[in-house]
Design a protein around this ligand. Sequence first.
Ligand code: PLP
Length: 304
Amino acid sequence: MNADDELAAVKGFAFMDGRWSPLAEASVPILDRGFLRSDATYDVAHVWKGRFFRLNDHVERFQASMAGLRMTLPYSAEDIAGIMIECVRRAYLQDAFVLVACTRGLPQPGTRDPRLCRNRLYAFAQPFVWIADEQQRRDGVHMALAKTRRIPSESLDQRIKNFHWLDLTMSLFEAYDRGATISVLPDADGNITEGPGFNVFVVKDGALATPDHGMFEGITRRTVIEIAADLQLRCEVRRVHADEIHAADEIFMSTTAGGITPVTRFDGRLLGYGRPGPITTRIHDIYWQRHDDDALSTPIDYAG
Ligand code: PLP
């Protein structure tokens, strides 16, 4: 595929600092620090069957990330939500992946002072993106424990969603080299943190555990914790050592890009049931049922 064919295959609609365009024509100025320095924050929400899932939670988290990076925009939470909805309406998508980003912007000519940059808002909607393919979602994925450590939160607060993805991306190459499909990254003490675009849950003897540090606090993770409470399942938010994964009955990943995905093989060994376990399946089903819940989802008026 050449560059034109690649772009022709892109479907969706974008907002770029006040301008709208089809996603294939959307661009970022090359001098934007978001591009040159990964100086940006972002959030990803999704639309399922014409309804945004937890839109306000995503916007609230995005604004908290912006505050963490000392970025400001002339847009309220309602404005940002409205722009995200408008991207989906213009793209006319029922199932969508919706990204919103704030970049540092362009430096004032002749300066390097980030305080002088005018921060810029970008957003786009594209067809829903799955972290795993259909067969992997049905049978479970093969996860590898990476040697690459997650950037510590002392260096970069991982609760701020950021573009520093190289540890995550290089860990994926490690996983592929070892015949796995996905990676999970440890901290310096051998505790697991998260993987490229998802949080991790371990199930043992009917109880769940998920890491409490070094990772991004996913909205899907929050939804799983709420579902576990409703099911009266114990769910601990704590240090989770990599050794616990080998002994787990079930493992699953949680992410906006596909919800709950079972992990059935870890570092080449079959886990627990060797297929998606009952707690993973239950939580998966309830997660998708909650997409119809008026308290958690916002319908899109495509005609309006
Ligand atoms: N961790 C990382 C590094 C992510 O990029 C993501 C999602 O994009 C997650 C975790 C999961 O967060 P959420 O459930 O809000 O999608």
